[in-house]
Design a protein around this ligand. Structure first.
Ligand code: UD1
Ligand code: CA
Length: 453
């Protein structure tokens, strides 16, 4: 059986009150529609259609369209109408899986289960039990517990409104029969729309078996209409992530203040304090400690490294046993070997630092290569930019750079060199020697303090 996926994403999303189309609002750092597409790709379908609405061109422009047919629905006349627009891309022998662009957390495993429990030519629906089903379509069953139809909130009788089993909207339908059912849809309902849900009663009338499954977690099938719902779904997602990491041996000081907006891998006995934000691809080695208010974006930390509070690290690779911060900023291209210390108010960029070296306070180290066991004094900066080009600073092993020194690049400091405090080093400094580049101290014997005139 061939699978085809249609994602309905033409709704206006007016309740978001946003210039950004609803399905582009991010959940855990990724647009909602991208979540749904990723779930669809996971099933390796023969084709994917995304139905988008008038003015939704930014959706096609923003989402990289790997094997997607974009289908414009100029007027939102209902979910049945939306599917009709996509049918030109669906072959009669295919099973069509309907997903919603505003239901981002659907788990590919649940979709896989729907596909495997629904034989070709039959119908499968994902339903869920909601304690507050208000506003959603209800699943109507007969006395044998067989599904006989779906009724929308606005069309439901008082009795039907007490049903807590809801239609998630996600269904798998045989395309040939669906084509026929869609052609019979009517707008004689409370909203005057073409309801996709009406095809269920038609399938029953045609003797087509209806199968249903339920998701593990209701957050998988919760749709987003408002920013409040989006934030609730974000917290639901983050709390599932936090619990999974804790189960794998990570200590999370407060799961309610833990945010993974990307992919995180953690070794054993990692401790993560409050308000840590993980973005992009991050890997944290065993025994690492991450302090409060730290942002890690595309970073890799080897074992037993500690990040003290209030640091921002981006596109950086750190060895074992490093100690960073508090208040350090490691910018892209920072590569630290083992046992490196980068302390308070230090900024690094494109900096390779050798084993055991220390940059403890108030420094800017950019476009630099620093050897092993180097000590960089407080306030040392690399003057790497001449206003047009960036230049390199190269420092050998066992170098001591005195406080408040400017290293005016391009410049090379030899192994075991010692640079006196307050130097402006614009020429290479030889290995094993003391180099000082500052005015000599003088005291003027004839000086008198100024007097008030
Ligand atoms: C729909 C279902 C309801 C279900 C609920 C789950 C119908 C008639 N009702 O109701 O049973 O419980 O979803 O959230 O199907 N869309 C389009 N074009 C349209 C209309 C909608 O693309 O013309 C898209 C929306 O962008 C959205 C999805 O379809 O992604 C659902 O539309 P929405 O208006 O939210 O449907 P509901 O009335 O909530
Ligand atoms: Ca909805």
């Amino acid at each position: 059986m061939q699978l085809n996926v249609v994602i309905l994403a033409a709704g206006q999303g007016t309740r978001m009150r946003s210039k950004l189309p609803k399905v582009l609002h991010p959940l855990a750092g990724k647009p909602m529609l991208q979540w749904v597409l990723d779930a669809a790709y996971n099933l390796q379908p023969a084709a994917i259609e995304v139905v988008y609405g008038h003015g939704g061109e930014t959706v096609c422009e923003t989402i990289p369209g790997k094997n997607i047919s974009w289908v414009l629905q100029t007027e939102q006349l209902g979910t049945g109408h939306a599917v009709q627009q996509a049918m030109q891309h669906v072959a009669p022998e295919q099973q069509l899986l309907v997903l919603y662009g505003d239901t981002p957390l659907i788990n590919p495993q649940t979709l896989q289960q729907l596909v495997s429990t629904t034989p070709a030519g039959e119908v499968g629906i994902i339903t869920a039990d909601f304690s507050d089903p208000f506003g959603l379509g209800r699943i109507v069953r007969d006395s044998n517990h067989g599904i006989i139809g779906i009724v929308e909130q606005k069309d439901a009788t008082v009795e039907q409104q007490t049903i807590t089993e809801i239609n998630t909207g996600i269904m798998l339908l045989p395309a040939r029969k669906l084509q026929h059912w869609l052609s019979q849809l009517q707008t004689n309902n409370a909203q005057g729309e073409l309801y996709l849900t009406d095809v269920i009663a038609m399938a029953v009338a045609d003797g087509v078996p209806i199968h249903s499954i339920q998701p593990k977690n209701n957050s998988e099938v919760s749709g987003v209409n408002t920013r409040v719902q989006l934030s609730q779904l974000e917290r639901a997602y983050q709390s599932i992530q936090a619990e999974a990491f804790m189960a794998e041996g990570v200590t999370i000081m407060d799961p309610a203040r833990f945010d993974v907006r990307g992919e995180l891998t953690c070794g054993e006995d990692v401790t993560i304090d409050i308000n840590v934000i993980i973005e992009g691809k991050v890997s944290i080695g065993a025994g690492c400690k991450i302090g409060a208010n730290v942002i890690l974006k595309n970073v890799s930390l080897a074992a037993n490294t500690e990040i003290l509070p209030n640091c921002i690290l981006e596109q950086s690779t750190l060895g074992e046993n490093c100690l960073i911060g508090p208040f350090a900023r490691l910018r892209p291209g920072t590569e630290l070997a083992n046992n490196v210390k980068v302390g308070n108010y230090v900024e690094t960029k494109k900096a390779r630092v050798g084993e055991g070296s220390k940059i403890p306070h108030l420094s800017y180290i950019g476009d630099a290569v620093i050897g092993k066991s180097v000590n960089i004094g407080a306030g040392v900066i690399t003057a790497n930019y001449d206003g047009v080009n960036k230049h390199k600073t190269i420092i050998g092993d066992h170098v001591f750079v005195g406080c408040d020194t400017q290293l005016i690049a391009p410049v090379n400091i030899g192994d075991n060199a010692f640079i006196g405090c307050g130097s402006s080093i614009s020429k290479n400094a030889p290995a094993g020697k003391l180099t000082i580049a500052r005015a000599r101290q003088t005291t003027l014997a004839s000086w008198q303090p100024p007097k008030k005139s």
